[in-house]
Design a protein around this ligand. Structure first.
Ligand code: AHG
Ligand code: MN
Ligand code: MN
Length: 343
């Protein structure tokens, strides 16, 4: 007789992302099926990008620049273009997504054949931290899913210019020593590790909780004299305390992943020349704000809860302070102090 009791390792191998998404939704409604299919497509994009990154240096077209400049005025890397094309390809003929908005494209990419039924928009940073690629360091992809509102007949995508509460799902894929996918549908944050032998994302941690406080502060101190005074004061404060550690990898996804697991704070503040900072709201900071709040953390501009910020354009930027609730509150207290002083 075969013993029907499953072994723990078999149980673990069967807790795949697609099963988890359906469990999260507690339903087999059309919307639940759609979200499950959307997440599966995002996962497929992650697997394709991960496969290519893992062969950097031995196949053509992974390392280096294209010679072009993107809408942000940044030099485009070959992997930026490849990853952007991967996301478009996996959503073509899916019937799920009418538009994809990306860091790499001036305007959203429309898939007209999907539009009559595909009422979702995928927003993405196809490769985050692309300067890390050529040195074999971690990079990521960030994504968010929003319901399309209205018909967008003039293709202005103006319905995307709303705050972060409009996101119905968000997450990232981290291409590190292993490939991980972290996501939330607004009901906790869950992480998965890609098992290359199965080609499946397997549950690593359910309902992740960020520590209330951490020892890591993560920001590019090369910008010290460009920051506004509250950030300089915060960093001066940290330097005088014992027990803080600076960690900065140059890729938001990796730096954020460390903080989500171990606590602390990531900062990309505004500078004198760029008061709005570097990071883009719709497909970088707001998806991570959604995740961090789901894990019990906070995300702020320094003066406002990040989830409440309404972007004025598709590629709008904002300062980002994100992480453990006590650490974010501490940074905010330096902004409050400076506004009292200036009254
Ligand atoms: P991207 O590669 O998508 O343009 O993003 C890079 C971002 C982010 O990942 C990282 O935290 C930050 O830029 C690093 O910027 P600095 O080099 O200015 O520190
Ligand atoms: Mn980025
Ligand atoms: Mn990018």
């Amino acid at each position: 007789m075969v013993n029907p009791t499953q072994s723990p390792s078999l149980d673990r191998d069967c807790t795949t992302l697609s099963r988890h998404v359906l469990q999260q939704l507690h339903s087999f409604s059309a919307e639940a099926q759609d979200l499950s299919a959307l997440m599966n497509r995002v996962a497929l994009a992650g697997k394709i990008i991960s496969r290519r990154l893992s062969r950097a240096g031995i196949v053509e077209g992974v390392l280096g620049f294209t010679g072009e400049t993107n809408v942000q005025g940044e030099s485009v890397k070959k992997m930026d273009v490849y990853a952007n094309d991967v996301f478009i390809s996996v959503f073509q003929q899916s019937g799920l997504v009418c538009r994809l908005a990306s860091e790499e494209m001036d305007k959203p990419y429309y898939i007209p054949e999907n539009c009559p039924i595909g009422r979702y928009t995928l927003l993405m940073d196809p490769i985050d931290g692309s300067s890390n690629i050529d040195t074999n360091l971690n990079v990521g992809s960030i994504f968010a899913i929003r319901q399309q509102e209205g018909d967008d007949v003039d293709q202005s995508a103006s319905d995307l210019l709303q705050n972060g509460h409009k996101q119905i799902a968000a997450g990232y894929i981290l291409y590190g020593a292993s490939t991980m996918l972290v996501y939330s549908l607004g009901n906790g944050v869950h992480s998965f590790t890609l098992d290359p032998s199965l080609g499946e994302f397997i549950l690593a941690e359910e309902n992740m909780k960020i520590p209330e406080q951490g020892s890591v502060y993560s920001l590019n101190e090369g910008n010290f004299w460009q920051w506004e005074e509250p950030i300089r004061n915060y960093v001066r404060y940290v330097h005088r305390q014992e027990g803080y550690s600076a960690r900065y990898g140059g890729a938001l996804v990796g730096d954020f992943h460390r903080i989500l697991q171990q606590g602390g704070v990531f900062l990309y503040p505004g500078t004198v020349n760029k008061p709005e900072g570097k990071l883009r709201l719709l497909y970088e900071s707001v998806p991570l704000a959604f995740l961090v709040e789901q894990a019990g953390g906070q995300a702020s501009t320094g003066r406002q809860r990040l989830m409440d910020v309404v972007p004025d354009k598709l590629h709008a930027r904002s300062p980002l302070i994100i992480g453990s609730p006590k650490d974010v509150a501490l940074v905010e207290s330096f902004y409050q102090e400076s506004s009292i002083a200036s009254e």
